[in-house]
Design a protein around this ligand. Structure first.
Ligand code: PNS
Length: 161
């Protein structure tokens, strides 16, 4: 039986840390669905369609990965997709409490879906979409932290403001 995992997140925008997680996730799972999921606590720079398009173009050529979006409960999507795992990346200790809470609520909502955590690669320890957007919005260089395509889109967004 195929092992399918969901890699959910806001991906606003996708970073090299996300890409690293996708590549490493593919070593453990036969199929990975990168899911642009709805986070009610955030406001977004890129539309869902823009985020899907960016992820699709960045992962182009990687076997076993697909991209989708969903505005409902993650565990419902997982059930529908036949996925048994949710993949999340952990960076600093500060991620832990939020991730622990999410893993526990998701487990309570559906006991058949496990959350699997991968520690971030040390290169991306300090990378977050939030700080990347902040730096880029103030004219700072984020080259090397995001795929080149994302870099271009960030520059377009902030130059047009
Ligand atoms: O990249 P993020 O913003 O940290 O990802 C958080 C996300 C989108 C995975 C989380 O908000 C989520 O799972 N949203 C979907 C709704 C849901 O199922 N929430 C958890 C149970 S209440």
């Amino acid at each position: 039986m195929k092992k399918i995992a969901i890699y959910p997140g806001s991906f606003d925008p996708m970073t090299n840390g996300h890409l690293d997680m996708i590549k490493r996730g593919l070593r453990m799972f036969d199929e990975l669905i990168v899911l642009i999921a709805y986070n009610p606590h955030k406001s977004f720079l890129f539309s869902v369609d823009e985020r899907i398009d960016l992820v699709k173009r960045v992962i182009n050529g990687l076997d076993g990965v697909t991209v989708d979006s969903y505005s409902g409960l993650l565990v419902d999507y997982a059930k529908k997709a036949g996925a048994t795992a949710l993949l999340r990346g952990l960076r600093a200790v500060s991620d832990f409490e939020y991730e622990f809470q999410m893993a526990l609520i998701n487990r309570r909502l559906n006991r058949d879906v496990e959350t699997v955590f991968l520690m971030t690669s040390v290169r991306w320890f300090y990378t977050s979409s939030k700080l990347i957007k902040e730096a880029a919005s103030l004219g700072g260089s984020v080259k090397g932290l995001v795929p080149d395509l994302v870099l271009e889109k960030l520059q377009e967004k902030f130059n047009n403001r």
